[in-house]
Design a protein around this ligand. Sequence first.
Ligand SMILES: *Cc1c(COP(=O)(O)O)cnc(C)c1O
Length: 436
Amino acid sequence: MSAYEAAPAAGSTAAVPTHWYNIAADFPEPIPPHLHPGTKEPVTVEDLCGLFPRALAEQELSTERYIQIPREVRSVYGIWRGTPLIRASRLERALGTASQIFLKYEGVSPVGSHKPNSAVAQAYYNREEAITKLTTETGAGQWGSSLAFAGSLFGIDVEVWQVRASYESKPYRRYLMELYGGTVHSSPSELTEAGRAILESDSETTGSLGMAVSEAVEVALKDPAARYALGSVLNHVALHQTVIGQETIAQLARLGIGHADVVFGCAGGGSNLAGLSFPFLREVLMNKAKTRVIAAEPAACPSLTQGEYRYDFGDFSGMTPLLKMYTLGKDFVPDPIHAGGLRYHGMAPALSHAVHLGLVDAVAIEQTTAFHAGILLARTEGIVPAPESTHALAAAFQYLAHSDRAETIVIGVSGHGQLDLPSYQGFLESYQPPVG
Ligand SMILES: *Cc1c(COP(=O)(O)O)cnc(C)c1O
């Protein structure tokens, strides 16, 4: 059966889950606590309240299994959710695999990625607590545009520090942020102490997400009407993304498929993969399901495969809580690869914990391999995937090339790449196919 699970009529919330799933309730051992940067004691809700609204601070530390999605947030989700689950039969034929491949496609959101799933929730809770301004960082601009979009719906000013490498090479997402009403600065900037200190020691730096986080946090901490918003990594962000996996399980069930053998996703800060895979891991933890989860990260920023599992700061200047995570060190500045959203030194503590417990495996993918996978998807199913998402595709293709089993494979396609066409074009022009 060729199966395409279409979204319900626009504006309907019928297909949108009613709750977010919190895996902290089901891990066999608790996620190691975040530590206060000064005292090194586990952070409390009060500690986090200077940075985030109380509702999000509570979600960050919550161990409640299901958290209800506010009606207004579900209503906004209804603009694009549920997202399609696509049976990629043309791709299967091109790969010559006996497995069934399903793509969970988040590229249909207004900004073209999974990130509004959390941006909308975060803007909502900030509005509820009378916050009028949000500051944030962004890499390729996916998160900044998601938050600018969400801010426009909930009447919040959004100020974004964009990693310089992307600010200069990907102007379209800046235009998008500005179109939604956001303000965008190249990071490091002269506007913050953190930025000025970095520029003083290296005026040519390409920037990093860790540096941009420092700038956005500094500005939020100085303004009582402002809070900071993070687009990945933290528990509450992973939580919001679990609509992805819950929908996928329901969509597979409607096709009579009660189990996925392997779930693939790309991992930058870990939120889209957490969101897709944690509801599957619930089945593993509670019902002994045999689903494997594979995190695909770029070889240029290999926190899971090459990093250490230890406490580290989420930002460059050491202003955030200490997070127990796989990390390359907060000073790590990756090469400016095309998948800007994967250039983060650490990995979500919840996903890191799952890797540490052996529930998730990781592979590192070279950029060239990733682009090939993206081009194959475009030429079989028509979807131009985000450069980030191509890592998940490449990891799945490698797996399938070494397996002759007929399995059910789910690949998270976290976004579309239609604003990344210059990256694809650069690859097509420079790539010399092997002779013979
Ligand atoms: C930001 C981004 C990512 C990486 O972030 P995660 O938190 O690891 O999900 C992946 N894909 C797309 C399209 C992105 O915009």
